[in-house]
Design a protein around this ligand. Structure first.
Ligand code: ADP
Ligand code: GN1
Ligand code: MG
Length: 348
């Protein structure tokens, strides 16, 4: 493979890329910071986009470029309040290397922090407000968006994949998972009944982020306020409840997404209320009654989906998510199930 500095040099930079260092713990892409001219301060984010998961990286980058340009026309500080896509020297939005890898570059936004969990209700309030601001900023973006991963939060489609995964039993694991499989099957009807609200148009389609866990937002280091949404790979048109639900899955969890110690995992009602208060403070006038009524239930829907996706990946032999140890996807699924049960008992 070309060296990372050489790959960085394919893009239009403000100097010579002299240091490229790995960053973060994303499950899908490989992320690096890029520093210039011997100065260690990061200036850019370089990412190798996972083309097994995102089969059309140019279309994905085109979505990101158009939506972020739209946001830039509406905010006070366009270089900080959204991502800035850096083109290649050939004027493309991504670089396809001779080994078949796809690379993209954005400006590094200094003076920010990202988190894997919310420590205080104030952070959850900021998170909800930030997602509401994002939804408002993209609410008048009416150009079509490429459907980057068809059926991403469509549980009817996920159940089709699930049935197929059980039938295939690629890793021979199904026989040991009777209990875990029953977690999915016992909820199938209820979840599909909720999904039907998106199919019959009760829940409108809007421009949405689709991967709103807390680590996909940047907070201002100075005052802890939320600055912007990042990781825009899955920008698509869908119900905004997918975004609220995925955020609730992450912001309200008292433990980790992959906690082995289930006694640590539960939904914090305090965080739930703080998050939704923040979200409504921006979005309430713009929500339809059906959206408003289902804000909290969206957490159940997306936590269920995440349980299904982790378990399905375990059944498939760990082909989708990066794992750190052999049972990682099973541990993730168990932790999501525990969180789901806690949500179900609180939000009955
Ligand atoms: P992944 O697809 O691997 O999850 P992300 O785009 O979410 O990658 O980036 C991983 C982490 O890198 C983020 O959680 C954040 O800490 C940091 N990061 C990403 N983009 C930027 C940016 N433009 N400026 C500053 N930090 C960033
Ligand atoms: C993945 O890329 P990352 O780590 O932000 C996944 C999300 C899951 C999440 C679970 C494209 O997000 O859908 O909710 O892991 N992204 C994709 O933590 O599948
Ligand atoms: Mg991410």
């Amino acid at each position: 493979m070309e060296s990372l500095c050489k790959i960085a040099a394919r893009f239009v930079l403000d100097g010579e890329a002299t240091e490229v260092k790995p960053l973060g713990e994303g499950f899908i892409n490989d992320t690096y910071t890029v520093a210039l001219d011997g100065n260690p301060a990061p200036r850019y984010i370089l990412q190798r986009k996972n083309h097994h998961i995102f089969p059309d990286v140019p279309a994905m980058m085109d979505n990101i470029d158009r939506v972020t340009r739209h946001i830039k026309t509406k905010v006070a500080d366009p270089l900080r309040e959204t991502l800035t896509v850096i083109p290649t020297r050939d004027g493309a939005l991504c670089y396809h290397d001779p080994d078949g890898n796809w690379w993209a570059m954005t400006l590094f936004i200094p003076g920010t922090r990202s988190y894997v969990r919310a420590d205080t209700p104030e952070m959850a309030f900021q998170g909800g407000k930030g997602l509401g601001q994002f939804h408002r900023l993209v609410s008048d973006f009416h150009e079509p968006l490429a459907e980057i991963i068809p059926g991403f939060h469509n549980l009817r489609w996920r159940f089709r994949q699930w049935d197929e995964a059980l039938r295939r039993d690629a890793a021979g694991r199904v026989k040991d998972l009777a209990e875990e499989i029953s977690w999915i099957e016992s909820r199938r009807d209820r979840i599909l009944a909720f999904h039907a609200l998106t199919e019959d148009g009760t829940l409108p389609r809007r421009v949405t982020h689709n991967d709103t866990k807390i680590s996909n937002f940047l907070f201002n280091e100075s005052d802890g306020s939320l600055l912007c949404a990042i990781d825009l790979d899955t920008l698509m048109s869908a119900t905004l409840l997918n975004d609220v639900g995925d955020a609730l899955r992450s912001y309200t969890n008292t433990g980790e997404e992959d906690d082995r110690d289930l006694s640590r995992v539960s939904m914090s009602e305090e965080m739930l209320h703080a998050y939704l208060d923040g979200y409504r403070s921006e979005m309430d006038p713009f929500l339809t009654p059906a959206e408003r009524d289902n804000l909290a239930f969206s957490g159940i829907y997306i936590t269920f989906e995440q349980l299904l996706r982790f378990l399905m990946d375990y059944i498939d032999g760990d082909t989708y998510y990066k794992i750190k140890y052999p049972e990682h996807n099973l541990i993730r699924a168990r932790a999501q199930h525990h969180l789901l049960r806690s949500m179900e008992s609180s939000l009955r």
